[in-house]
Design a protein around this ligand. Structure first.
Ligand SMILES: *Cc1c(COP(=O)(O)O)cnc(C)c1O
Length: 366
């Protein structure tokens, strides 16, 4: 049996309805900032429960343009975690700001108890990452942000549908960034991203920033960027957005099955703790395991595409050299990098595939 990490062939086995809309788009020529994009933005804002959604080129641009819209750049510091996808830090660094890391906790997300000690007089924002679909403790993030008058930009790129204290991720900070990358829970046929905000002022600013600073065809308020969500991708998004609830439920159900099955292996497998006020949407299903590299090889040899997210935390990457961090600075992230493994958790897994994963992991340890 093979258990794939990618589900795209299954998800798009019958693409005809989407292709029909794309054919109509090609004939209409409404390729940029057209009807489909506006429709998608409306649906997205409704789904998340915020006032405005702004479609952009990618999740990375959603983070970068959020920083730009808030006037954050050279001379400023932004606090985030050492264990995230590279794009979180890429967005901060390319904005001109400096990244300040804090460690993560046993749920693989920001240890918010470290925030206060990371703040300096240059700190402008906190960028909590709802990593793998697990919400950060936003109550604590917002309390610190309020106390020190900081902006909060949620990296919700893998967290569509996640919530903390019944508040959806993407509605809590000043802005939030979502990714529509092909392997994210809500995906399109290439790159795409969305910024959410409740502020009209920030929405207006983002409309300028993503479209050359154009007020209209002949008037430019400022020099800016070209980062629009293509109509073509918006069409795909419009078809799939109503599936988000089902996708989320499937992933949660699969995670519960795996959690239960691995409970008996507690000497060798650590399942992250759960809290009732935190809805994790399992963009990734990650465990801390003993003998990780051997397990990873074993699973691969048995046709299961497990992965490591990620073997080297960001503060130890060459790209972070100028930030001056060293081994030992973030012991939790460093230790997790050695023990973490990601198993397929997507919505198209079958009961047989899940059973086979459980059986194979058990075989390795028993
Ligand atoms: C996917 C992801 C991004 C970047 O999104 P892209 O659309 O690929 O640019 C940023 N942060 C996190 C946590 C992500 O998972």
């Amino acid at each position: 049996m093979k258990v794939g990490y990618s589900y795209l062939a299954k998800q798009f086995a019958d693409p005809d309805a989407i292709l029909a809309d794309i054919k109509a788009l090609v004939i209409s020529g409404d390729f940029t900032l057209g009807k489909a994009t506006v429709e998608f933005e409306d649906k997205f804002a409704k789904l998340i429960g915020c006032n405005y959604a702004i479609g952009v080129n990618s999740g990375t641009d959603a983070l970068f343009l959020s920083l730009k819209a808030l006037g954050i750049g050279v001379g400023d510091e932004v606090i985030t975690t050492a264990n995230t996808f590279v794009a979180t830090v890429g967005a901060i660094e390319t904005s001109g700001a400096r990244t300040v890391f804090v460690d993560c906790n046993d749920k693989y997300v920001m240890d918010t108890s470290q925030l206060e000690s990371a703040i300096t007089d240059k700190t402008k924002a906190i960028m909590p990452v709802h990593y793998a679909g697990q919400p950060v403790n936003m109550k604590e993030v917002m309390a610190v942000a309020k106390k020190y008058d900081l902006e909060v930009i949620e990296d919700a790129c893998c967290a569509i549908g996640a919530s903390f204290d019944n508040q959806n991720c993407g509605t809590i900070g000043t802005t939030a960034a979502f990714s529509l990358h092909p392997l994210k829970n809500l995906n399109v046929w290439g790159d795409g991203g969305v910024i959410t905000t409740n502020s009209k002022e920030i929405k207006d600013k983002l409309h300028l920033l993503r479209n050359h600073g154009m007020v209209d065809r002949d008037h430019y308020a400022e020099y800016a960027y070209n980062s629009r969500l293509d109509s073509l991708q918006a069409i795909v998004g419009n078809h799939l957005i109503s599936d988000v609830e089902w996708i989320t439920q499937q992933r949660i159900k699969h995670a519960q099955t795996l959690d239960l099955a691995f409970k008996g292996l507690s000497q060798v497998i650590t399942i992250p703790p759960k809290a009732v006020n935190e809805k994790c949407v399992y963009h990734m299903y990650m465990l801390l395991v003993e003998n990780r590299d051997a397990l990873n090889e074993y699973l691969k040899s048995k046709g299961i595409s497990s992965k490591i997210h990620y073997p080297i935390p960001l503060h130890l990457q060459q790209a972070s050299q100028h930030l001056g961090y060293k081994l030992g600075d973030f012991p939790v992230a460093e230790s997790q990098a050695k023990n973490i493994i990601t198993l397929p958790i997507h919505q198209h897994l079958t009961a047989d595939e899940i059973d086979y994963m459980i059986k194979t992991v058990n075989e390795f340890y028993l």
